[in-house]
Design a protein around this ligand. Structure first.
Ligand SMILES: Cc1cc2nc3c(=O)[nH]c(=O)nc-3n(C[C@H](O)[C@H](O)[C@H](O)COP(=O)(O)OP(=O)(O)OC[C@H]3O[C@@H](n4cnc5c(N)ncnc54)[C@H](O)[C@@H]3O)c2cc1C
Length: 203
C-alpha cells in the first residue's frame, strides 16, 4: 500500500499539504485547551482534491478532522490523536455573484462570514447571520454547527439560511443535498445561501 502521507503530499503539493511545525496554527482549539500535532494539515483547493484526501485517509484508516475557522469553542475542529489529518477548507474561499432576483448566492465552504457580509454590501443585500467570531468562522463550520447568533430570532439559524450543499461523502464521492440537511459524516464543499435585501428601516 502507498504511504498515505506521500500520497497526500503528492496530491496537494506544497501549498496544500503542511507537516511538522507548519501545522502549528491549526493544532489548538480557540481557547488553547485541546489539540495535538496531527500527521499533517490538508488544504485542498478543489472538490476533486477534497475527495482525494477523503479517499486516501479512508483507505489508510486515518481520522480526518474538518476545520473551518476553528472558532467553535468545543474543540471539535482539532485533532485529539496524532495519527489524524486536519482538513482545512480555508483555501476554498470563492464567493459567487449574488442573484438579486432570487436572493441567493453560491459560496465555498472556506469563506469567512465577514467576507460574505462585505461581498454582499455593494449589492444592497445582507446575509443575516452575525456572531462575535464572524471574522474567523467559515461557512462550512457555520453549517456544521448550525450557528445562530444575534439575528437568529428574526432571520433563523444557519440551517434556515442554507438552500443546498455540495458535499464529499466518506467514500470520496461528491454530491448535492438540499436543505434541511443534517450533517453526518460529510465534508461541506460549498453552500448555496439565501441573502435578504437590506431592510430600509432600522429594527
Ligand atoms: C467570540 C465568539 C462568539 C461566538 N458566538 C456564537 C453565537 O452567537 N452563536 C453560535 O451559534 N456560535 C457562536 N460561536 C461559536 C462559533 O463561532 C460557531 O460555532 C461557528 O459556527 C464556528 O465556525 P468555524 O468555521 O470556526 O467552525 P470550526 O470550529 O472550524 O468547526 C466547527 C465544527 O464544524 C466542522 N466543520 C468545519 N468545517 C466543515 C466542513 N467544511 N464540512 C464539514 N464539517 C465542518 C468541524 O469539524 C467542527 O466539528 C462563537 C464563537 C466565538 C469565538
Amino acid at each position: 500500500m502507498t504511504d498515505p502521507v506521500a500520497a497526500l503530499s503528492g496530491l496537494l503539493g506544497g501549498k496544500g499539504w503542511l507537516s511538522g511545525d507548519d501545522t502549528a496554527p491549526y493544532r489548538r482549539d480557540w481557547l488553547d485547551r485541546y489539540g495535538v500535532a496531527p500527521l499533517g494539515v490538508a488544504r485542498p483547493a478543489t472538490t476533486a482534491e477534497v475527495a482525494g484526501v477523503v479517499r486516501i485517509c479512508r483507505e489508510a484508516g486515518i481520522a480526518l478532522v474538518p476545520q473551518g475557522g476553528n472558532a467553535g469553542l468545543c474543540a471539535a475542529a482539532v485533532a485529539d490523536r496524532q495519527d489524524s489529518v486536519i482538513l482545512s477548507l480555508a483555501r476554498m474561499n470563492a464567493i459567487g455573484a449574488p442573484d438579486r432576483d432570487s436572493g441567493t448566492i453560491l459560496v465555498e465552504a472556506g469563506v469567512v462570514l465577514a467576507a460574505l457580509h462585505e461581498a454582499l454590501e455593494p449589492h444592497g443585500l445582507i446575509f443575516p447571520l452575525h456572531l462575535g467570531a464572524e471574522g474567523s468562522a467559515r461557512i462550512g463550520g457555520l453549517v456544521g454547527t448550525n450557528a445562530g447568533g444575534s439575528h437568529a430570532s428574526r432571520y433563523g439559524m444557519m440551517s434556515d439560511l442554507v438552500l443546498g450543499l455540495e458535499v464529499v461523502l466518506p467514500d470520496g464521492a461528491s454530491g448535492t443535498a438540499c436543505a434541511p440537511c443534517r450533517r453526518t459524516m460529510r465534508v461541506i464543499r460549498c453552500a448555496g445561501c439565501s441573502a435578504a435585501r437590506r431592510a430600509r428601516s432600522a429594527w
